[in-house]
Design a protein around this ligand. Structure first.
Ligand code: ADP
Ligand code: MG
Length: 282
């Protein structure tokens, strides 16, 4: 079926602590459809990780509902089983077991399935090939680069063919090249396996590669953007910049970008009017 909902949160709230309370989430209502690739952005402490934890049933909400793959998480009896069958997690700090090889790390979630050791090994090998690590099966995490370790973590998250992958700043401690590779890989998985992906990121360049950006601030959704083509994305970025705001507000100073005069004596020039129209439309 097209556009089937896979994740829905309704007025989701999470309050930590009992003395000095922290309202980490404050009424988040969100719907994500199957096969969507969504990014979550927002300042540090805005509730991004909390949202991911609640969607992945790693923690319980104070109030509100989370429905994943048609199941209201408050009513799920065996949350461990739910998680291992439905959700794959990728965290910033790749929590691989340091004494196990890449292959063995990926095999771990497969122990829950009733399959032979041989099948388990075979499946783990296929997953590592899928993430481009077919030549690194017997390496320990310490013998892999940061980007490679993160790819092992992705292979492990995919072991049980989850419908949903939740990634919390998966590129946060990678250099930009490895970060781009990891995101590229998540794209492929999203396209080829139809896995729904929710990725928390600080990096606007990562967010712009997803289909929708949800922006949190102080536990609330403050913006939701459908990501368009690169051209409209550039315009949106400009619109939210001080320069874009100056153009839209028609501030009364002379304004020039790259030698093109947009305002002269407080009046927009032809180029200024054109840019302003573009920004108003986007
Ligand atoms: P983000 O991932 O956007 O940086 P978090 O979801 O981790 O934000 O945190 C949101 C708020 O909740 C922050 O103020 C944080 O300090 C607080 N918080 C997160 N986890 C806990 C916890 N286990 N106990 C108490 N406060 C927490
Ligand atoms: Mg976080």
């Amino acid at each position: 079926m097209e556009n089937e909902t896979i994740v829905e949160t309704r007025e989701l709230a999470k309050v930590y602590g009992d003395g000095a309370e922290v309202r980490a989430l404050d009424g988040v209502t969100l719907r994500i459809t199957q096969k969507e690739f969504v990014s979550v952005m927002g300042p540090s402490g805005s509730g991004k990780s909390t949202l991911l934890h609640l969607i992945g049933a790693l923690d319980r909400p104070t109030s509100g509902q989370v429905i994943v793959a048609g199941q209201d998480l408050a009513k799920v009896k065996n949350l461990d089983r739910f998680r291992s069958q439905t959700v794959g997690f990728v965290f910033q700090l790749h929590n691989l077991i340091p004494t196990l090889t890449a292959l063995e790390n990926v095999e771990i979630p497969l122990y829950e399935q009733r399959i032979s050791g041989r099948e388990r090994r075979e499946r783990a090998r296929e997953l590592l090939e899928l993430v481009g690590l077919g030549e690194r099966l017997r390496h320990l995490p310490s013998a892999l680069s940061g980007g490679e370790r993160q790819r092992v973590a992705i292979a492990r998250a995919l072991a049980n063919k989850p419908a949903l992958v939740l990634a919390d700043e998966p590129t946060g401690d990678l250099d930009s090249q490895s970060g781009a590779e990891v995101i590229g890989l998540m794209h492929e998985l999203n396209r080829e396996l139809g896995t729904t992906v929710i990725v928390v990121t600080h990096d606007p360049a990562v967010a712009r590669q997803t289909e929708r950006i949800v922006v949190l601030d102080s536990g609330r959704i403050v913006r939701e953007d459908v990501v368009g083509d690169p051209y409209s994305e550039d315009l949106k970025m400009l619109k939210n910049s001080p320069l874009g705001r100056a153009v839209l507000e028609g501030i009364e100073v002379d304004l020039t970008i790259e030698g093109t005069v947009l305002y002269r004596n407080g009046q927009p020039t032809e180029a200024g009017r054109f840019l302003r129209e573009m920004l108003e439309r986007i």
